[in-house]
Design a protein around this ligand. Structure first.
Ligand SMILES: Cc1cc2nc3c(=O)[nH]c(=O)nc-3n(C[C@H](O)[C@H](O)[C@H](O)COP(=O)(O)O)c2cc1C
Length: 182
C-alpha cells in the first residue's frame, strides 16, 4: 500500500476475528513501533503481547483489577471477555525514565506514536486494529499484576486481528477547519 494512501485511509476496526497477525507480521508491526520518534533514544516502551491462552490470562488480570475496585459479578464477567474481542491484544506500556531533557509527557507521546505506528502497520498488512484504553489503563492493580513500576503508564490496549467486516473507508476529513496560518 502506498504510504500516503495508508495515512489518508487508515481507520479502526472494532470487530476483529482470527487470524491474528502471524509471527512475521507481528515482527513487522513491532518493528514499526520502535521506529517512531524517540527523544534521546530512551526506548521508553514495552509491548505485552497476548494471543491464544494469553487472552484468557489478560482477561483474568482485568477481572482482578476490576474486582479490586469493588465491581459486581456481571462487570467481572464482561472484563474476563474483553480481550476475546480480538485474536491478539498488545498492551502498550510507557516505561518512563527520569531524564533531564525528556519529561514524562514526551515519553508518553513517543509511546502513543508507537501505538499508532502499529495500527498503521497492521492496516497496511491488510489486518485491522483498534486502540482502546478505558479505566483499566489507569488501574494500579492491573499495573502491579503486569509488573509495571510506579511511573509506568498503559498507553493503550491495541486490539489486532482480521476485520470481521470490510467497512467502507470513512469520508475524507477537511483539515481546513482546524488549521490557521500566521
Ligand atoms: C488514547 C486513545 C484511547 C482510546 N480509547 C478507546 C476506547 O477505550 N474505546 C473505543 O471504542 N475507542 C477508543 N479510542 C478511539 C478508537 O481508537 C478510534 O480511533 C475511534 O473509534 C475512531 O475510529 P477511527 O480510528 O477509524 O477514526 C481511543 C483512541 C485513543 C487515541
Amino acid at each position: 500500500m502506498d504510504a500516503i494512501e495508508l495515512l489518508l485511509t487508515r481507520q479502526s476496526s472494532p470487530r476483529l476475528v482470527a487470524p491474528a497477525p502471524n509471527a512475521e507480521q507481528l515482527n513487522t508491526i513491532l518493528s514499526a513501533a520502535i521506529r517512531v520518534p524517540d527523544h534521546a533514544g530512551l526506548n521508553p516502551w514495552e509491548f505485552i503481547v497476548a494471543s491464544g491462552d494469553g487472552l484468557a490470562k489478560l482477561g483474568q488480570l482485568f477481572v482482578n483489577a476490576s474486582a479490586a475496585e469493588g465491581s459486581d459479578e456481571s462487570t467481572q464477567a464482561k472484563m474476563a471477555n474483553m480481550p476475546q474481542r480480538a485474536p491478539m491484544v498488545i498492551t502498550v506500556v510507557a516505561k518512563v525514565v527520569e531524564h533531564a531533557k525528556v519529561p514524562a509527557l514526551e515519553q508518553h507521546l513517543a509511546v502513543g506514536c508507537a501505538c499508532m505506528a502499529m495500527q498503521q502497520a497492521a492496516f497496511a498488512l491488510g489486518l485491522g486494529g483498534i486502540w482502546r484504553t478505558g479505566g483499566l489503563a489507569f488501574n494500579r492493580v492491573l499495573h502491579q499484576d503486569l509488573g509495571l513500576r510506579d511511573n509506568d503508564q498503559i498507553i493503550g490496549f491495541l486490539y489486532l486481528g482480521t476485520p470481521a467486516v470490510t467497512a467502507p473507508i470513512k469520508p475524507t476529513k477537511l483539515a481546513t477547519d482546524v488549521v490557521r496560518y500566521l
